[in-house]
Design a protein around this ligand. Structure first.
Ligand SMILES: [Zn+2]
Ligand SMILES: [Zn+2]
Length: 181
């Protein structure tokens, strides 16, 4: 894997990986915490209430300060979380897996990136590859096969944050007494 990936820039047609693979290896920096932990894409309709940013708005009619909720996509102010969620409900936002910062798609596409250091490559099923990708993990595909680039090493795979979250989503680990984050 290392060898083939290192030869991407040579444009060898026998190389199963190309420039697109390289882009997959690049991780965006979070503008808030500067980590490259990754982002989760979330539909605004599925965004939890606590992820909506609030602001204090001075209401000139009633002469009082009101809390308003900002639409995470367009930034417009709304009186309730429901209104803020309904504003751009079909759009997606990106949430930092490290600090929880939520940004919109334009901001996400403008983030600086850096190639992630991969310690181990694992061949995984395409199904598991998709799940890992959803969790912000590095997964490259070639010729119908998926490869997962682990950025941690020396610990059991079940302790990897992304694997733990997948398991959690599938409720496999439900009831296990462990703090995963
Ligand atoms: Zn909006
Ligand atoms: Zn962050």
């Amino acid at each position: 894997m290392e060898y083939m990936l290192s030869r991407i820039s040579l444009g060898d047609s026998n190389n199963p990986f190309d420039e697109d693979t390289y882009i997959e290896l690049c991780r965006p920096y979070c503008p808030e915490c500067m980590s490259t932990y990754g982002f989760q894409e979330i539909r605004v309709g599925d965004l939890p209430e606590e992820d909506f940013v609030t602001d204090d708005h001075f209401d000139v009619d009633n002469l009082e300060v009101q809390t308003v909720f900002l639409c995470p996509v367009c930034g417009e102010c709304h009186k309730t979380v429901e209104e803020a969620r309904n504003c751009c409900i079909e759009e997606s936002v990106y949430k930092c897996l490290n600090c929880g910062k939520v940004i919109n798609e334009d901001e996400y596409n403008d983030l600086d990136t850096t190639p992630e250091e991969v310690y181990e490559w694992w061949a995984v099923s395409n199904w598991f590859g998709e799940k890992l990708k959803d969790q912000g993990c590095i997964v490259v595909e070639s010729w119908g096969k998926s490869y997962w680039g682990r950025t941690t090493t020396g610990q059991s795979i079940s302790l990897d944050g992304c694997v733990a979250r997948i398991a959690k989503n599938m409720e496999i680990l439900e009831g296990m007494d462990h703090e995963w984050d």
